[in-house]
Every structure is written in C-alpha cells, then in structure tokens.
Design a protein around this ligand. Structure first.
Ligand code: SF4
Length: 308
C-alpha cells in the first residue's frame, strides 16, 4: 500500500527549499502513478523556515565560495575541487541526496546545503531516505533536514526482510545495494531530480578499487560522475576526494544526528576487509591513500596490457 501525506507548507519562500510548484506537480503525478510503483513509498514532507546561519566570509575556490572555517583544507576545499573538476553541478540542477543517516550522507547533506548558500551556481536540494525495513526510527534524519531547511522524503521498502529473511542471501550486499539504489533512483526521478548525490569518500573509492582487483580480477574505479542511461539520472560523488577520517571527525564535532546502521552484516563485509587492508598499507607506506588518488586521476589507460 502506498500512502502519501503532505503537511501544511510553512515556508515563506518555497524557492529556498525545493522545486516549488514543480515539486507539487511532480508529487501529484507520482501519487497518480503509485499503483505502478514496485516499492511501497511514503512521502512525508513538511517544510520549515531555515534557521539563520552566521554570516561567513567566503573565499572563491574551485568554482565555489567556500567558507574559511574548520575543516577547510580537509573537507570544504577538496569537496569544492571535486565538484568543480568533474563539473558535477550545473545552474538550476535539482539534486537528490541519498541520506541513510550515516556519518557520510549527513556530512554530504550539510556540505551541499552550506555550499548552495554561497555558490554562484544555483541548485536545489532534496534529501531522500530509503527505509530498508529494519523498523528503526528515521525521525532524527527528518528533524535534521527540517532544521537546516532541506525538504525530506522517505521511501518505505522491505529490502531487509527480502534479503535476509526471504532470500537468505549468503552475500547480501550485492542484492541489497541494487535494490536500495533502484528505490533511490525511482524516487529521485519521481521528484524531478536529474542528479543524485552520493556520499562516497576517497576511502570508499580505494576500497572499491581493491575489491574489484581481488574479487572481480579487474581494475575498476568508482567514478566521480556517472550517467546511468537506463535510469536517465546522473550520479555524482562530491566527497570523493575527502578522507573518511575527516568525515568521521566532522560529523562528531558538528554533532550530526548519526543513525546507527542496524544491518547484521555491518562491519563483516568484504569492504570491511579492504578497509583494514588499506589501513595496514597506510601504516607501512604513509600517504598511500593520497598517492592512490593521484594514480586514479593521472594513470594512462594505454599502459594497461592489451590482448591483441
Ligand atoms: S552491509 Fe548491510 S546494509 Fe550495507 S550493503 Fe551490505 S547488506 Fe546492505
């Protein structure tokens, strides 16, 4: 069953938040099409006026005006550089952000929301949380979005029961992430967003590199920008130059409302093995993460072997 409830709009200026009338039209279309949806989707939206933020002296860097504030060199600057170098955001874009409630996605939400206040490139944000069906409260995410003035939607799914109880998947991550991404892409498109921002960090990119090497016998990189032709959406990864350690420290010092991942596989995955491997490598070869980042950017594909 699909249920939609829309609370009274309290915002004084809708343009500050999401797509304004376009969003409401999209929402109505979405409700009309609900029977065709594969997912049980609930949209809960209440828009509150944005709280006042301190005036910040910005500096122009990487195409964006970034604030001189803590984490400038480790977070704001590399995020701005990634967005600029890979042309992630265009004027007028409507960006959906996948917000799981983890430290990474909350940090991305905070960063993009701050950037849009100072950026000469104007874009809109909408947070989407895919409820995996664990039965945990997502209210801290909703409240945080309201607090910073970003509209929020949740997509109810039964992904966790399907993966763990019904299918009893021995390697659940593959099916789980496919279903979660599918739900996110559908919801983003329904809401008129042509781009989806994901919170993958440099560490995620490095772990993906080693996962593909060790488990798939190929060299494959997580892309900063990727157009998904089947879905007709573009995935962007603004934190792809940022270290996970920075994100962890940032989310703690800004007291972001991190929701603990209830997944029974959390911390036991092949990705976790790669995380530990990279951590060991960093101890033996300090700076290896930065060198891998440079290698990802500058390696010549022609130097790979070719089978004639
Ligand atoms: S760790 Fe759990 S939530 Fe994450 S992809 Fe794997 S099964 Fe899904």
């Amino acid at each position: 069953m699909t249920s939609v409830y829309l609370n009274p709009v309290k915002a004084q200026n809708l343009d500050n938040y999401f797509c304004g009338n376009k969003y409401l039209v999209t929402l109505i279309l979405f409700v009309c099409n609900k029977e065709e949806s594969r997912y049980n989707i609930t949209i809960a939206m209440e828009i509150k006026p944005s709280p006042k933020f301190d005036t910040i002296n910005g500096l122009l860097d990487g195409g964006f005006i970034l604030a001189k504030r803590p984490y400038h060199d480790s977070l704001w600057k590399p995020a701005g550089q990634a967005i600029s170098a890979h042309k992630m955001i265009d004027d007028g874009d409507h960006l959906a952000i996948g917000v799981s409630g983890g430290k990474d996605s909350l940090t991305l939400l905070y960063v993009l929301n701050e950037m849009r206040k100072f950026s000469p490139v104007k874009f809109h944000l909408h947070a989407i949380t895919v409820d995996m069906g664990y039965g945990i409260s997502l209210e801290p995410i909703r409240d945080f979005c309201w607090e910073i003035g970003v509209s929020w939607s949740q997509v109810h799914t039964k992904i966790a029961p399907i993966v763990f109880d019904y299918r009893k998947e021995p390697n659940p991550c593959s099916l789980c992430s496919k279903m979660r991404n599918g739900a996110l892409h559908i919801a983003a498109k329904q809401m008129g967003c042509s781009k989806i921002a994901l919170a993958h960090s440099l560490d995620d990119a490095i772990e993906t590199f080693f996962l593909s090497l060790f488990y798939e016998r190929r060299i494959k990189l997580m892309q900063p920008v990727r157009y998904l032709s089947r879905r007709k959406v573009t995935v962007i990864r603004p934190l792809i130059y940022v270290r996970e350690k920075t994100i962890r420290n940032f989310s703690e010092s800004f007291q972001l409302p991190v929701v603990k991942n209830p997944c029974p596989e959390d911390g036991k995955t092949q990705r976790q093995e790669m995380k530990e491997l990279v951590s060991d490598l960093e101890k033996r070869f300090p700076g290896v993460r930065d060198r891998l980042l440079t290698a990802f950017q500058k390696s010549d594909p022609d130097l790979l072997w070719k089978i004639p």
